[in-house]
Design a protein around this ligand. Structure first.
Ligand code: ADP
Ligand code: MG
Ligand code: MG
Ligand code: MG
Ligand code: MG
Length: 442
């Protein structure tokens, strides 16, 4: 919805909104906010609200820590799960520096840069995500566990699907916030769920993903459960991904569509696919940012491990759904919901555009289940693997000047440094698996 400042001021009064959260996102995709009372609203809408950015992950040095929040008026929403007297609303903000120029480390700014490049080429980038998550019990202290009484599977319904009531509440709340929910269902693993909402222009979708995660977690909590987007919370069952469905529109028409092609795709779409495949290894630390992300990207659990594409099979990295017309799209299947959505969409778009500019042709089409190919067959088809752990992904990102340019110097450097630290911390741990395997045997 497009609002003017005056309309927001009027809404806040009419709806009895007491608190307004000015939101932004840090480098690692964590939602941050400064709450103001309605008395400060006008000041905030005039871009006069300041905050100290020095303690935000990936933001600035102490000596230049004063930053401004510029609310995006379109993003005004009331949280329906909060008290309905003295309501809570939010505005998503852009981050500006003290000298009133955009802060280059703001993830929204990084995505906007890629979007501007697309629009110079005449394209609108449309994205629809499929967020998966687990709903687990909490313990007596209200702390999250990885337990659940749920034993349902793919597309099952109540009473086996214990999450049905909670999911229903999530869907209703999201709809009240203006989400168009296309589907929601139980996923493959016990206690795992998916809720799909309609595609939108990329910035709107990235904002939606942030809001979606907040809503899902808040509503689960209200039901005494905990929702987690952790990619692989349980060994031996499917992990949670966030497939990204993408298309470019030009002059209101889907530029990926060409009905004369055997897969219904245009040349632009093939170039876009090729661009993503070209840059995929360097992007993986962004699309799959955690140590734990790589425990999902293993064979046998519906997640991709190879850099390949297919129109007939669901196993590869990029799938061409059978949909036609305005729904013609490509689906990238490796991202998981812990990625910073602004950065994920920025690298995907920039990589696709690079494919278009360089007129790249995608290699690595497969029509069988890749996991059934032998290593030699994979080599012959030119199919490479995704990075197999976070350190591999960091090394690939470090090699990719392209990805670092998309992120900009500030974020590129800080991100790599933080991820190396995360890896170092992890690799020196002694895990339960090691104790089980080695303690008594040696
Ligand atoms: P799947 O078949 O992989 O389970 P879903 O039906 O769960 O796919 O989700 C499909 C997603 O693709 C939805 O978010 C939908 O809005 C989105 N989508 C549909 N058409 C387009 C398009 N032209 N561009 C981008 N996303 C699209
Ligand atoms: Mg789906
Ligand atoms: Mg579906
Ligand atoms: Mg799914
Ligand atoms: Mg999918």
């Amino acid at each position: 919805m497009e609002y003017t400042k005056q309309e927001i001021i009027r809404l806040v009064e009419e709806e009895d909104v007491e608190f307004i959260r000015l939101q932004f996102t840090d480098m690692f995709g964590t939602l941050k906010n400064v709450a103001i009372t309605s008395s400060q609203l006008e000041k905030a809408l005039d871009n006069k609200c300041m905050f100290d950015g020095s303690s935000i992950e990936g933001f600035v040095r102490i000596e230049e820590s004063d930053m401004y929040l510029y609310p995006d008026l379109k993003s005004f929403t009331i949280f329906p799960w909060k008290p309905q007297q003295g309501k809570v609303a939010r505005l998503i903000c852009d981050v500006y520096k003290a000298d009133r120029t955009p802060f280059e480390g703001d993830p929204r700014y990084i995505l906007r840069r890629a979007i501007n490049e697309a629009s110079e080429m005449g394209y609108t980038f449309n994205v629809g995500p499929e967020c998966e998550f687990f709903l687990f019990n909490t313990d007596n202290n209200g702390a999250p566990t990885t337990e659940s009484f749920d034993m349902a599977g793919y597309f099952d319904l109540g009473p086996v699907d214990l999450g049905e009531e909670v999911r229903r509440d999530m869907v209703l709340n999201l709809e009240e916030m203006g989400f168009e929910i296309e589907a929601s269902h139980h996923e493959v693993a016990p206690a795992q769920h998916e809720i799909d909402f309609k595609y939108e222009e990329a910035m709107h979708t990235a904002d939606n993903i942030m809001t979606f995660k907040l809503a899902v977690k808040s509503i689960a909590k209200r039901h005494g459960m905990c929702a987690t987007f952790m990619p692989k919370p349980k060994f031996g069952v499917c992990g949670s991904g966030m497939h990204i469905n993408m298309s470019l529109f030009k002059d209101g028409k889907n530029a990926f569509e060409d009905s004369s092609d055997r897969h219904g795709l245009s040349k632009i779409a093939y170039h876009f696919i090729a661009g993503i495949m070209e840059h995929m290894k360097g992007m993986t630390a962004i699309t799959n940012p955690l140590v734990n992300s790589y425990k999902r990207l293993v064979p046998g659990f519906e997640a991709p491990t190879y850099i390949a594409w297919s129109a007939t099979n669901r196993s590869p990295l990029i799938r061409i759904p059978a949909a036609h017309g305005s729904s013609t799209r490509i689906e990238l299947r490796c991202p998981d919901p812990t990625g910073n959505p602004y950065l994920v969409l920025a690298v995907c778009l920039a990589a696709g555009l690079d494919g278009i500019k360089r007129e790249l042709t995608p290699k690595g089409e497969v029509c069988c289940n890749i996991f059934e190919l032998t290593e030699e067959e994979q080599k012959e088809l030119g199919i490479e693997s995704l990075p197999c752990n976070l350190m591999d992904a960091i090394t690939e990102m470090e090699k990719s000047e392209f990805v670092q340019e998309v992120l900009g110097n500030h974020t590129g450097t800080k991100y790599l440094k933080a991820k190396k630290k995360e890896w170092q911390e992890y690799i020196t741990q002694v895990s339960g698996w090691e104790i089980d395997q080695y303690l008594s045997k040696y």
